[in-house]
Ligand binder design. Structure first.
Ligand code: FES
Ligand SMILES: [Fe+2]
Length: 422
């Protein structure tokens, strides 16, 4: 594969592409549960991996996710009437249930049995509606991420659209070397980040160590701490698009899932949870106001209020005064702005990688291997919920020890035990 072919291979996820086939083997966060708040509520358009779909909750509370367009003559079912156990197309009254089965063709009773829309199974937990777009016989068990399994009071979930390929966004989540630059000043100003660790993270002398795990990899990034000591920030990456950000001080854990909408847009899911306590009013207020890893959205949409069309509200004075490093306000929007600036699909044939890109390099290798395995019908990594039961950590260790051995238990989910964080 030339580097250009590899770029296409890694970034294209429409039906029939190798990466698309791989991603369709996993449960995918599709909607916030609150987008379908009650039985017979309005249907919602969902685009996943270049497929245009419609989601709705029927009279019995069941969730359906199916082809957006009516099987009769292709009207968008977003206009549909959600009534009495199905979604009815307003053009000629054909009606579909949550499995996509047509249950009524008013003009020709009986005809409906032969008509079925493409539909996908959904499960609902962790404030998220997850969808499975792959072959039915290969449907994996439900995901086992800690954020999704803690009580609802311990968790805050948001999502935002990002105007670039999902791989580009995910690579930002893996590359924790950028934190000492791009987010440098926010580590002191964002109340959900301030900590001793945040101060150490401002150190720019970084070394990377990447260790492959069953479900993905752990990336240890070390910076000098006290004499004979190193401060380790340990990120988890879990196949195919989940990342867990190393924590700061007493703050909660943060993570992302970067889900392709199509090849030039993705949904950045943002998960904050605390393993052992409810999130505080202060934390919730900050996050609802676009703090921490969350952002303010244009009401009624998932598009950030600060976006490409307003030049991300670039503030050169704040940049000069060291209030922000790049002139964009807020950690999440800094990531989004920087990654969108690389173009909708970064041309990786032109990049020059260094040792701090080792995590990014390894993720590409793993994804490529897994996509080739999936194409041959072989097993793929990261389907076992046990491989999701991991945590990120931040920890100070003697300079002489291996971070992976020494951090050991800190990288596992332990019920009732807090995460390890400096
Ligand atoms: S197009 Fe939907 S019922 Fe005719
Ligand atoms: Fe970032």
């Amino acid at each position: 594969m030339t580097s250009r072919e590899l770029n296409d291979f890694l970034t294209q996820t429409a039906p029939g592409t190798p990466m698309g086939r791989l991603l369709r083997r996993y449960w995918i966060p599709a909607l916030l549960a609150t987008e379908l708040p009650e039985p017979d509520c309005p249907p919602v358009r969902v685009k996943l991996l270049s497929e245009r779909l419609i989601a709705f909750r029927d009279s019995a509370g069941r969730v359906g996710l199916m082809d957006e367009f009516c099987a009769h003559r292709g009207v968008s079912l977003w206009f549909g009437r959600n009534e009495e156990g199905g979604l009815r197309c307003p053009y000629h009254g054909w009606k579909f249930d949550v499995s996509g089965q047509c249950i009524e063709v008013p003009s020709e009773p009986g005809f409906c049995r032969k008509v079925k829309l493409k539909s996908y199974p959904c499960v609902e937990f962790g404030d998220v509606i997850w969808a499975y777009l792959g072959p039915r016989e290969l449907e994996p068990p439900w995901p086992g991420f800690e954020w999704a399994l803690v009580p609802a009071t311990h968790r805050f979930v948001s999502k935002r659209t990002q105007e670039c390929n999902h791989l580009q966004a995910m690579e930002g989540g893996i590359d924790s070397a950028h934190v000492s630059f791009l987010h440098r000043h926010d580590l002191r100003s964002d109340s959900l980040h301030v900590s001793k660790g945040a101060e150490l993270t401002r150190g720019t002398e970084v070394r990377f160590e990447v260790i492959e795990t069953e479900g993905g990899m752990v990336i240890g990034v070390r910076r000098p701490a006290g004499p004979g000591e190193l401060y380790w920030r340990i990120t988890q990456w879990i196949m195919p698009f989940h990342t867990m950000i190393p924590p700061y001080g007493d703050n909660a854990l943060n993570g992302h899932a970067f889900v392709p909408i199509d090849d030039e847009n993705c949904m950045s899911w943002c998960f904050t949870h605390h393993p052992t306590r409810p999130l505080t009013e202060h934390e919730l207020k900050v996050m609802r106001n676009g703090g921490g890893i969350h952002v303010n959205l244009i009401p009624g949409t998932f598009r950030p209020a600060v976006n490409k069309d307003n030049d991300y509200m670039m503030d050169r004075a704040a940049q000069k005064a060291n209030q922000t490093y790049c002139g964009v306000k807020g950690i999440a929007m800094q990531d989004a702005a920087i990654q969108e600036s690389m173009g909708p699909i970064q041309d990786r044939s032109k990049e020059n990688l260094t040792s701090t890109d080792n995590g990014v390099i390894m993720a590409r290798v793993r994804l490529r291997k897994a996509a080739l395995a999936a194409a041959e019908g072989k097993p793929v990594d990261g389907l076992d919920p046990a491989t999701h039961a991991v945590r990120s950590a931040s920890i100070v260790l003697p300079a002489s020890v291996s971070f992976h051995d020494a951090a050991g238990d800190a990288l596992k989910v332990r019920a009732g035990v807090e995460h390890t964080s400096v």
